[in-house]
Design a protein around this ligand. Structure first.
Ligand code: LMR
Length: 418
């Protein structure tokens, strides 16, 4: 059958659809991504969008649903000649595209797609490392894997992205350790204990040893595989009033991540906690729904929170870090040789992330100072001691959630309250 004759058939089918009022004659054929289906069979599919008539291009051979011949002939005259000529030309052109797409798919199978979602801006250590992983994964697999990075809650907000990963709607995340408690990993709450780590090296010693391995393993019964730890850095507080003594927290509504330890921390300081997604924080501070928040300088600067807050206290009272996690079933079904390449790419992206996080942290703090929008205060040793005392009960409460085994595995650190 010639291309034009085939296009005639398509017009008849579209006409039939229009008489069934499911499609208007002249509707464009539209290519739509069909997610997993396209991805697995490697075959492009094309739809007439409103009526969902499907064309399938497979190895250059085109097939489509057509009406039975008698109905087709009866309907043929219903289209005006010019419209019909126009449609025939348009569909013939579309068919040519399909044939090309089909022949490409015959020689180049569709890549495996990894959707990598995160909630911070691309210009952060996590954002940059996600792109580094994409670049390494795609080049080292020779295009067999495509990594789609979705930053800044473009796909999902904080809690939603964890559900999306479990359901397989995305395949990879780099989520904060605080949020992992929601996935049955209550022991991750240990990383939110106030003033636990006196410096970055102490935090790294905790995650790089056997504790890190055993914590990631705890996610597996929930269908999640943990692959790496990425750094961000120490958190600070912002508000629209100075936060120096513990009494300054009284009556404030402060945003924290979804973590029982962080909620307990705010209550110990005399504030009311508000657990909300990062993407909503700026608007909530602007509207007055929130009075303050805690985060790292990089997140504060890149989210523009300094535009809507007047005071920042460099308290270094907690550490924000991430686990890179994948949907376990997806990861384990990958061909072994591709998985090994991806693990190598992730190792290198991890080294990159952990090598830039500290410099980015200081750069962001300098930028916050230089913005002139905030008054910065660094906790004095006396104020820090007062904060530690106020927060000490959090350690007691945390024993209800964190296993004794994990608490015992944490290094006994000079900075930690008893
Ligand atoms: C937050 O919600 O404040 C952080 O977890 C965001 C992030 O991923 O750094």
């Amino acid at each position: 059958m010639t291309l034009v004759a085939w296009a005639e058939k398509a017009v008849v089918s579209a006409t039939l659809a229009s008489t069934n009022s499911r499609c208007e004659a002249g509707t464009k054929f539209q290519q739509r991504r069909q997610g997993v289906e396209t991805h697995i069979c490697g075959t492009p599919h094309f739809w007439c969008a409103p009526c969902t008539t499907r064309l399938q291009a497979s190895n250059g051979n085109m097939t489509m649903n057509t009406a039975p011949p008698d109905t087709r002939n009866a309907l043929r005259p219903s289209l005006p000649a010019t419209t019909r000529r126009y449609l025939v030309q348009w569909i013939a052109a579309a068919a040519l595209c399909c044939a090309v797409a089909g022949s490409v798919s015959a020689t180049a199978p569709s890549p495996i797609i990894i959707q990598f979602s995160h909630v911070v801006k691309p210009d952060t250590a996590k954002g940059k490392a996600a792109l580094r992983f994409k670049q390494l994964a795609e080049s080292r697999t020779g295009g067999k894997v495509r990594v789609e990075v979705y930053p800044d809650s473009q796909l999902y907000k904080d809690r939603e992205e964890l559900d999306a990963l479990r359901l397989g709607a995305v395949q990879m995340l780099a989520t904060s350790l605080s949020k992992l408690a929601g996935l049955g990993g209550d022991d991750f709450l240990a990383f939110d204990l106030p003033f636990l780590f006196p410096d970055r090296a102490a935090y790294r010693a905790a995650v790089d040893g056997p504790l890190g391995v055993s914590l990631l393993k705890k996610l597996e019964p929930r269908g999640i595989k943990g692959l790496a730890f990425w750094d961000n850095g120490f958190k600070v507080f912002t508000a629209n009033r100075p936060l120096q003594g513990v009494a300054d927290f009284k009556g404030l509504k402060i945003r924290v991540q979804a973590s029982k330890v962080l909620v307990a921390q705010m209550r110990a300081l005399g504030s009311q906690e508000s657990v909300s997604p990062l993407i909503d924080v700026r608007a909530d501070l602007t509207s007055g729904k929130l009075d303050g928040q805690e985060n790292t300088p990089t997140n504060i600067y890149t989210q523009g929170l300094h535009d809507v807050q007047s005071h920042l206290t460099v308290s270094n009272h907690g550490y924000l870090a991430y686990a890179v996690i994948v949907n376990k079933a997806f990861w384990e079904k990958l061909p072994a040789e591709l998985r090994a390449i991806l693990e190598g790419a992730l190792r290198d992206a991890t080294t990159f992330e952990n090598s830039i996080a500290e410099a980015d942290h200081h750069k962001a703090l300098d930028r916050l100072k230089a913005s002139g929008k905030l008054t910065l205060h660094t906790l004095t040793p006396h104020e820090a001691a007062q904060w530690r005392n106020a927060m000490a009960p959090v350690y007691q409460e945390a024993r209800n959630w964190i296993s004794a085994e994990t608490l015992a595995a944490l290094p006994v650190l000079p900075g930690a309250p008893p």
